[in-house]
Write a protein that binds this ligand. Structure first.
Ligand code: AMP
Ligand code: MG
Length: 486
């Protein structure tokens, strides 16, 4: 009998880079793989058909115990500034099993996270725990549905093995799908490589893979810097729009594609407070909500340093050119942010007082410790507050000003609500709800809450029957902490 095909179409080009940039090795087999989550929507989107594959077989494939034909797994080398300190790193617990092409020739890295030790594992075990892998699955898929560029999640399997952290945890492997895993840190690694060609080879590879249009440019390195700067501005503005805090914006966690990557200590802000930090190790608030654009610029400066030899043979001239590009960051960011915030409160056109109006609202939220997401929902008549906060005098005054501004240029609130609905989510992955769902999955082996959460987060801009339950805010979040590399 002819066996129906899954449709893998591997074309593994990263292997053609210098061998110093990667290590070839297979995942370490796991004891008793068991499927926990599988993303059929994503598999269809990338032209893979698993409908005829049972869960046992899926678990074998996505644990790495039975690699698909055509896969050639590698760990990538990279470096990075972690909290400002330069370190040589690499995939310590991840393997890219290959690059899959969909029918339109879009290329996707298929990567296992938690698949065993690699030459870059240092003293760690190469494994991942179930909680953080489920968390990455939920949040990355939510981000995608919220319209934010991101890596995706295809599957989570349990390994049947323990991982030792502060306590004994259940082991798991996540399959991540990314347009590539080329990071600022990959360039940093190539820059310090003994092999002088590594940087140029990586650069050429990156242009071919992501930005073929600038290959013929007379200034391709400058152009790449400019494009990545714009991609990152777009990304950070999207994070700011939905109150997302990445938590560990090290240069090894910043992609050249402009996708969000590495969902470790990330979390969503409830009450608006620009200083919000959730990560247990971010004592200085380096990666707080408000600092994200500033850090993106700092990371882009590190990227620019890598590109200098490719920008101009004369270092002074190269620095001058790169600096000119980087100096555009504040203005470009501001413009992008203002456009985004204008949409959040449904403003058309460009009034000089708009920025002040936006800042007044944010300041009011901060002073009164009001929920960020729900305030915009309230303005769109999509949130029924339990408290009296929106009856507060200052807010009423602001709202009057806002309504007057909306009617400027003969606009109507109906038109405004239409644009607001596209940028203001009704639901986000609220930390307390994510934790509740994860606990049930881990402690009781019960995925009901995870699946319900995934369902409501599939359509975050539209009201469905469950929406109201997911607009609830936690009673207190003072002690909510998130963790890296767990
Ligand atoms: P992350 O915090 O996930 O960005 O990871 C930072 C670095 O630590 C990367 O090089 C990871 O591959 C590595 N790493 C994190 N956890 C582990 C682990 N359990 N085993 C090996 N390497 C790890
Ligand atoms: Mg990382």
């Amino acid at each position: 009998m002819l066996r129906k095909k899954i449709g893998w179409k591997f074309d593994n080009t990263y292997l053609n880079l210098s061998q110093s940039m990667l290590s070839k090795l297979n995942p370490t087999p796991v004891k008793t793989p068991e499927l926990v989550l599988f993303n059929h929507n994503l598999s269809k989107e990338i032209d893979l058909d698993f409908s005829h594959i049972d869960n046992e077989e899926l678990a074998l494939i996505f644990s790495g115990n039975k690699l698909p034909d055509g896969s050639e797994s590698i760990a990538q080398a990279y470096a990075g500034h972690q909290f400002g300190q330069f370190t040589v790193l690499g995939d310590g617990r991840a393997l890219t099993i290959g690059e899959h092409l969909d029918k339109n020739k879009n290329r996707y890295d298929i990567q296992f996270k938690g698949s065993g030790k690699t030459p870059y594992s240092r003293n760690a075990d190469g494994r991942a725990a179930l909680g953080p892998m489920l968390r990455e699955y939920i949040i990355s898929e939510a981000m995608h549905n919220l319209g934010v560029p991101t890596t995706r999640s295809l599957a989570v399997i349990k390994t049947g093995e323990d991982v030792i952290r502060e306590t004994i945890l259940k082991g798991a492997i996540l399959t991540r799908v990314a347009s590539s895993h080329i990071r600022v840190g990959t360039f940093q690694y190539a820059l310090i490589s003994k092999n002088k060609n590594d940087l140029k080879t990586l650069f050429d590879y990156t242009l071919k893979r992501h930005y073929p249009k600038i290959r013929k440019s007379l200034t391709p390195a400058k152009d790449l810097l400019k494009i990545v700067l714009e991609k990152q501005i777009n990304l950070i503005c999207n994070w700011m729009r939905i109150g997302f805090i990445h938590g560990v914006m090290n240069t090894d966690n910043m992609t050249i594609s402009g996708e969000t990557i590495d969902y470790g200590p990330c979390a969503f802000m409830n009450e608006y407070n620009p200083d919000t930090v959730f990560s247990s190790i971010d004592h200085q608030g380096r990666y707080s909500y408000f600092n994200q654009p500033r850090i993106a610029k700092w990371n882009l400066e590190r990227f620019a340093e890598c590109l200098l030899p490719l920008i101009n043979d004369d270092t002074k001239e190269a620095i001058k050119i790169a600096t000119e590009v980087l100096e555009e960051f504040p203005e470009k960011y501001k413009k992008n942010w203002l456009e985004m915030m204008r949409k959040k409160i449904g403003l058309f056109g460009d009034d000089p007082k708009d920025e002040q109006l936006i800042i007044e609202l944010l300041s009011w939220m901060e002073q009164n410790k009001v929920d960020y997401t729900n305030t915009f929902c309230y303005l769109m008549n999509e949130y029924k507050p339990k408290s009296e906060i929106y009856k507060e005098k200052q807010f009423i005054l602001w709202k009057k000003k806002w309504e007057d501004r909306i009617t400027l240029d003969h606009n109507s609130s109906k038109k405004s609500f239409k644009i607001m609905r596209k940028v203001n989510p009704l639901v986000i992955p609220r930390n307390h709800l994510v934790e509740e769902a994860l606990n049930l999955a881990i402690e009781k082996n019960n995925l009901n809450k995870v699946n319900k959460l995934l369902k409501v987060l599939e359509d975050p801009y539209n009201r469905i029957s469950m929406t109201i339950n997911y607009q609830s805010t936690p009673s207190s979040e003072e002690n909510y902490k998130t963790y890296c590399g767990t």
